[in-house]
Design a protein around this ligand. Structure first.
Ligand SMILES: [Zn+2]
Length: 265
């Protein structure tokens, strides 16, 4: 496969795990991916600290944009008296010129203990911050499809993306109807992922994104390794095949969609 020109719409290059396989850690990994044809990246925050790190990366490299937000599991670790201070800081970061999305936010009911009230408080407060900042949001939803859909349905003024989508085709169509993007990562390449494959084939052309979510979720044939944006070509090729288009067409399509989503000319 020739090098594809790709936009990785969701990565976590501040993650220390990159150091296990890449010389120079996360920085070494994304610079290598950039040389290999990944033209743009969105580095996504999950806490105040990682959001600040994302902004610093986007200040340093003009091909990186940042997302700032508090992930539902991180939201549960903040002492009660510090919650509003954390949200104020996220709102400040959202006014930074290099921050082009708010995220990642949402619901995660996978790991115990689950504090649904705390997760919903942060989810809703950050939807409101995104609206005030006029930014799209990046949604993380794990084992929480119904509650996620209800929350988004109650906020028709927000726009965004369902990242690393794991729902079915009908769910993807419903989000598209509300104008929401749907993004696919490594699992779309897995043999046993029939449901996700159907969803990737069903998403509306102008609302389709791809991502790595690296260092997590490596695609086939790199399962078990530390993921990085250099492996995004496998996800791109899998999505292309499901949609009956070439990898180059899929790369161009998702590049144009991501540039529009993140406000890059
Ligand atoms: Zn993520």
């Amino acid at each position: 496969m020739d090098a594809l020109t790709l936009f990785d719409s969701h990565a976590h290059y501040n993650d220390r795990r990159f150091g296990e396989e890449f010389e120079g850690g996360g920085r070494g990994a994304f610079l290598r991916a950039h040389e290999e044809g990944v033209a743009f990246f969105c580095n996504v925050g999950s806490s105040v600290r990682t959001s600040e790190e994302s902004v610093r990366l986007a200040e340093e490299f003009d091909f990186v944009v940042a997302a700032a937000g508090i992930h539902p599991q991180d939201a549960q670790e903040i002492p009660a008296e510090d919650c509003d201070k954390a949200l104020v800081r996220i709102e400040e970061l959202c006014r930074h010129e290099r921050v082009r999305a708010l995220g990642e936010i949402g619901f995660d009911y996978h790991w115990e203990p689950v504090d649904k009230a705390r997760q919903a408080y942060f989810f809703e407060a950050q939807l409101e911050i995104a609206r005030r900042a006029d930014l799209p949001v990046i949604i993380h939803s794990r084992d929480a499809a119904g509650d996620t859909f209800d929350m988004i349905s109650r906020h028709p003024e927000n726009r965004g993306v369902l990242h690393s989508f794991s729902g079915h085709a009908e769910g993807a169509r419903q989000y598209n109807k509300m104008g929401w993007h749907v993004s696919f990562s490594g699992p779309v390449t897995y043999k046993n992922a029939a449901k996700v494959k159907e969803a990737a084939a069903a998403v509306r052309e102008d609302l389709l994104l791809i991502e790595t979510d690296c260092p997590y979720l490596p695609p086939v044939p790199h399962r078990g390794e530390i993921n990085y944006s250099g492996y995004l070509k496998h996800t791109c090729a899998a999505v292309a095949e499901l949609r009956g288009i070439s990898p180059e067409e899929c790369a161009a399509l998702t590049m144009a969609n991501a540039k529009r989503f993140f406000g890059i000319d």
